[in-house]
Design a protein around this ligand. Structure first.
Ligand code: DON
Length: 533
């Protein structure tokens, strides 16, 4: 079973497994395909996290997050007066961090794969070379005003993603010959992206535009294997992403705070339930802002933040009748420091091995830069760092010292690929894009299944809400709250965002505990499709 945002990619993943490939083989083929068919987030020029659970139950996280270039520095996005330069960390050549995707996929394949690497690259190469039919979802994504405006600033990007001066329309055929040539070179040797012809082309283009990436940055990139975080929620085991993601720590902290409440008795989306969950979100995101960063560079109190005693201490601050004021909430005091537009897909193979993978260019189409002669869109992941403490990034996140920019450091992420186990066996695996909203999206899918008994598709379809400490407001989705619910919440002191917006795009697989059937559930918000056989 494969659940991803794109029908072509899900089908290719299922085909790989029909041919005898395992979940990691399928993940490699799906990730490379999405780089062709879902260019807003599928990528070669970005990075991500892959959580792998083998059929024998051992679990590992492959961290192929981008890193800051060697020349990066703490104040690189500030002007002479110390103010953040608008869009400098978001658009163009200076926003690009060293990409990790190709190295991460090749590493995962080497460690776990069964089928030959060239066979897994071939479907993506063919789609890039021969073209594919643009879906209504891709057309909608390409036509977003900000995307068009940004692409038009970079002629190589605009050349590729427009036809007769307009973004590609649904039904058009999109052919990407330069990207096909890159995939062909990667097919014979993935290190071409870091040390070969592709690396030379990327660096030539970046240098010609006074960018920060160098040949040495690319040549030195290595993915990292990490041990996933583990915790229990109402008797179920949660296995999730450690730093440099903030997602796993915040998710566990929120679940720990929520466990003493009977959410089911309060009722799904009752004012009391929304209030309780929002108060928990507020506190976890305040801690994220202060404490979380790349653990290879900053000491992060992971054990303290994910401990039950700390959750209980923070939970006691919550008034059941009154919204707290984020200005006075701030971060807590966890015990001791121990030493030292994104897309998600989830796959389960015939043996029961699972991959939960979130990867990204950061915003849709990343920095909007396509390295000349490669067709490779490059990320704007540098904006996930703290450009300046106290100044919000593109997701409105206020961040701190722990996430300051330094050479070769990884920007703090919210990507939260997660597994939920029952009696040591996989129950479901899920993840989502959505920037700062990712962690709460994963939280709500888990609550919908565990606390409210929804099936996995209902749990993903159901409307979601989001609070991230600052700005101090509840984000919501269209038609989510009845008037009496929102009135009750406002009376408690909660403030709603002016307009609703979509929150996240979750893709999950579940193994039915009764008959072990493999269930797939893709989010309808961006047109996802689950394919199994
Ligand atoms: O790593 C992160 O947290 C962000 N760069 C993710 C960006 C994202 O989810 C955008 N998608 N909608």
């Amino acid at each position: 079973m494969v659940a991803s945002v794109d029908a072509i990619a899900s089908r290719i993943g299922a085909d790989v497994m029909k041919r005898g490939g395992n979940a990691v083989d399928a993940a490699v083929a799906v990730a490379l395909t999405l780089a062709v068919t879902w260019p807003e987030a599928g990528n070669l020029g970005g990075g991500g996290f892959m959580l792998v659970r083998k059929a024998d139950g051992t679990t590992e996280a492959i961290d192929y997050r981008e890193i800051a270039p060697l020349s990066a520095s703490r104040n690189m996005y500030l002007d002479a007066e110390g103010n953040v330069i608008k869009d400098a960390s978001l658009v163009g050549y200076k926003a690009i961090a060293v990409p990790g995707t190709v190295a991460g996929l090749a590493f995962a394949h080497k460690r776990y794969g069964k089928l030959p690497w060239p066979d897994l690259v071939e479907p993506a190469r063919k789609l890039a070379a021969e073209g594919f039919i643009v879906s209504q979802y891709l057309a909608r994504s390409l036509a977003v005003k900000q995307t068009v405006e940004r692409m038009q600033r970079f002629p190589e990007s605009w050349r590729i993603f427009q036809r007769s001066g307009k973004p590609y329309q649904a039904g058009d055929i999109l052919v990407q010959p330069e990207l096909a040539a890159v995939l062909k070179r990667i097919q014979s040797d993935p290190s071409d992206f870091y040390r070969g012809e592709t690396a030379r082309r990327i660096i030539a283009d970046v240098q010609a535009h006074s960018g920060t990436l160098t040949a040495e940055d690319l040549a030195r990139y290595q993915p990292t294997v990490r041990t996933p975080l583990r915790s229990m929620y109402r008797g179920y085991e949660i296995v999730t992403m450690p730093p440099p993601s903030s997602g796993g720590v915040a998710l566990i902290e929120m679940l720990n705070m929520l466990e003493p409440y009977d959410l089911q008795a309060m009722g799904w989306h009752s004012s009391q339930e929304v209030h309780t969950v929002v108060e928990v979100m507020r506190r976890a995101y305040a801690d994220r802002a202060k404490y979380l960063g790349d653990t290879d560079f900053t000491r992060v109190p992971v054990v303290g933040l994910t401990s039950r005693a700390y959750a209980e201490q923070r939970r006691r601050e919550i008034d059941p009748m009154r919204a707290s004021d984020s200005k006075t909430v701030g971060a807590g005091e966890p015990l001791g420091y121990e030493s030292p537009q994104t897309t998600h897909f989830t796959i389960i193979d015939p043996d029961g091995a699972v991959v939960s993978n979130t990867y990204t260019l950061n915003e849709s189409y990343g920095s909007a830069v396509t390295a000349a002669g490669t067709g490779v869109l490059l990320n704007d992941e540098m904006d996930d760092f703290t450009s300046k403490p106290g100044v919000p990034n593109t997701y409105g996140l206020i961040q701190g010292e722990a996430n300051a920019i330094a050479p070769r450091k990884k920007p703090l992420s919210s990507m939260t690929p997660t597994l939920v186990l029952k009696d040591g066996k996989l129950w479901f695996a899920v993840g989502s894009p959505g920037g700062s909203m990712i962690i709460n999206t994963v939280l709500e899918v888990i609550l919908n299944v565990v606390d409210f008994g929804m099936n996995i598709q209902q749990a993903i379809d159901a409307a979601r809400f989001h609070h991230q400490w600052l700005p101090d407001k509840i984000n919501w989705e269209p038609f989510e709250f009845s008037r009496d619910t929102s009135d009750a919440l406002e009376k408690m002191g909660h403030v709603f965002a002016e307009k609703p917006s979509d929150i996240g795009d979750a893709h999950a697989v579940m193994v039915d505990p009764k008959d072990r059937a493999r269930l797939g559930a893709s989010d309808p918000r961006r047109g996802g499709v689950a394919v199994g056989w």
